[in-house]
Design a protein around this ligand. Structure first.
Ligand code: CU
Length: 371
């Protein structure tokens, strides 16, 4: 009887569930392969969100909407730190959603997040609707003699298959995000080593001469005076080139810290004696804040992270201002060769000969003409 009369009614939820299962996948399929071509469009899309999050000084909104790299201190060869109008990734009071994302992985993750919220909402409403229907329709007053039905093949098949379809629909974009997060950086990517200290960060640039930048929280008064968020701004930021993959390696000098920047979808533990590695990309120039995310002692809450993404030329200007070097592929080979040479003993021999004094002072200089 149940079959004949209302079979169609039982099929309705099947279609609903199919829809639920396929919607997040379809929305994700559009942008799962993050190509260079899709980046400009995504960048302009993100710009309004940035304006919303950013500092009240709205003078630079036009620059942001453009998001073209030339707009940062155009034409200057010298480095000047970005001002508060360039703040893009930071928490805001009363914020409920995930921070606007400025990395390809972050954008992919944000889409999955939105899709999942919809799946959850639809399922919750569907179950709630069923419960209200049952409570009203089959209450004791309206239905004095309850049905003795114990089995219904159709219903059982439906309520087994539907959850399976929904879970498969969620698993596909979920696993592809997982694999995107664990892909390693391209071979020629810039490497930055992040070291957690109690209680500040150190950023080392092995590809640019190996200098280290020590980054401490900016004092509250100074941050306020300069228009930066307190407890997030630092004295020396981690400067990175925008729009390219970067290899971030984390370690710690004392206890476990965690390097986390929410708007870049980046979090990686910094563990003493270990070197963890993950790729990072900041799609557009700006300032992105994060915090140590592993309880590391008394001043755990006072070691913020500030990532400053700059166009390549400005990044290189910054590297030079730090006493670092910017070069072609050769410098990558030089550090590998240098340790084998035993700098001390290597320096003594030419000094004794006194034929090549230049080589004595700079062992790296001998390596680069050879390479
Ligand atoms: Cu820490």
């Amino acid at each position: 009887m149940i079959f004949g009369k209302s079979t169609a009614r039982y099929f309705a939820p099947v279609w609903a569930a199919l829809l639920i299962a396929l919607v997040p996948q379809a929305s994700l399929a559009q942008e799962t392969p993050v190509s260079a071509a899709s980046q400009p469009a995504a960048a302009t899309e993100a710009a309004p969100a940035a304006a919303e999050v950013g500092a009240p000084a709205a003078g630079a909104v036009d620059d942001k909407a453009d998001a073209s790299t030339e707009n940062v201190a155009a034409g200057s060869s010298a480095y000047t730190p970005l001002g508060p109008e360039w703040i893009k990734g930071q928490p805001k009071p009363g914020g409920l959603d995930v921070q606007p994302q400025y990395s390809p992985t972050g954008e992919q993750a944000y889409k999955l997040h939105v899709g999942l919220v919809w799946v959850m909402a639809i399922i919750c409403l569907f179950v709630l609707g069923l419960m209200i229907y049952v409570m009203v329709k089959f209450r004791r007053k309206a239905n004095p003699t309850p049905s003795r039905t114990t089995h219904n093949t159709m219903i059982e098949v439906v309520w087994t298959l539907l959850p399976v379809l929904i879970l498969v629909g969620i698993a596909v974009p979920s696993i592809s995000l997982l694999s995107a997060q664990y892909q390693s950086a391209p071979k020629d990517a810039l490497t930055i080593k992040v070291t957690g200290y109690q209680w500040y960060w150190g950023y080392t640039y092995p590809d640019n001469g190996g200098f280290e930048v020590i980054s401490n929280m900016m004092p509250e008064d100074e941050a306020k005076a300069k228009g930066f968020p307190t407890h997030l701004e630092v004295d020396n930021r981690m400067v990175v080139p925008a729009g390219e993959w970067i290899r971030i390696q984390t370690t710690a000098a004392d206890v476990i810290h965690s390097f986390a920047v929410p708007s870049l979808w980046f979090k990686l533990d910094a563990v003493p004696g270990r070197l963890n590695e993950k790729r990072m990309m900041v799609k557009e120039p700006g300032i992105y804040y994060g915090q140590c995310s592993e309880l590391c002692g008394a001043k755990h809450g006072y070691m913020p992270i500030a990532v400053e993404a700059l166009p390549r030329p400005q990044f290189e200007a910054w590297v030079r201002s730090q006493g670092g070097t910017v070069g072609a592929p050769e410098p990558a080979a030089a550090p590998a060769a240098a340790p084998l040479q035993q700098p001390e003993s290597g320096a003594q021999q030419p000094a004794a000969d006194a034929t090549t004094p230049a080589a004595a002072t700079t062992p790296a200089a001998t390596a680069s003409p050879a390479a």
